[in-house]
Design a protein around this ligand. Structure first.
Ligand SMILES: Cc1cc2nc3c(=O)[nH]c(=O)nc-3n(C[C@H](O)[C@H](O)[C@H](O)COP(=O)(O)O)c2cc1C
Length: 164
């Protein structure tokens, strides 16, 4: 069996989750940036990670999904500034699902990730976005050790689904 953990990350949060998932895999595995994956075939499971941007999957992570061969098993993971379990990260996952219609989606994991200071400053300056700016600021210590432990549990759950 072989797993690929592929991720896109701008400030390192999604990369931390990718590393935790990679560490939880106890068989053949590769850990790569999405931009560095040349061959998407040959994997029994692909963990595919991205940061939520504008309630969605950033283009750098959205477009390459089309390169994954039809029928492959994929498990998405993402980090986001907004609260865990909220509607916004769910929207991004729904976007990912729409891009993966030819794939077998085993599941999805999401957790908070520290939002870049410049983004928070920008949000706080706009009355329309100030509340979201405050929420984003609350992600400052994430991903934390609990998030990493949850990501490992998620990896084990997805692996258990490979042969179902
Ligand atoms: C341009 C931009 C847009 C973002 N939009 C959202 C968003 O719509 N919802 C959200 O929860 N977080 C949003 N975030 C926060 C990121 O999803 C979060 O900080 C993430 O953990 C960054 O991951 P990375 O370090 O792997 O790039 C945004 C961040 C950036 C830079």
């Amino acid at each position: 069996m072989k797993a690929l953990v592929a991720y896109y990350s701008e400030t390192g949060n999604t990369q931390k989750i990718a590393r935790a998932i990679y560490d939880a895999v106890d068989f053949g595995k590769d850990l790569k940036k999405i931009s560095e994956v040349e061959d998407w075939s040959g994997y029994d499971i692909i963990f595919y990670g991205f940061p939520v941007q504008a309630h969605s999957v950033p283009e750098a992570a959205a477009a390459p999904i089309a390169k994954i061969p039809e029928g492959r098993k994929i498990a998405f993971f993402s980090t986001h500034g907004s609260l865990r379990g909220g509607d916004l990260p769910k929207q991004a996952f729904e976007h990912a699902l729409g891009l993966a219609v030819k794939l077998k989606v085993l599941g999805h994991f999401g957790c908070r990730g520290k939002v870049a200071e410049k983004i928070i400053d920008m949000l706080l300056k706009s009355p329309q976005h100030a509340a979201w700016g405050e929420e984003a600021r609350g992600a400052i210590r994430h991903p934390d050790e609990h998030d990493l432990a949850d990501a490992k549990t998620f990896a084990a759950q997805m692996i258990a689904k490979i042969n179902i």
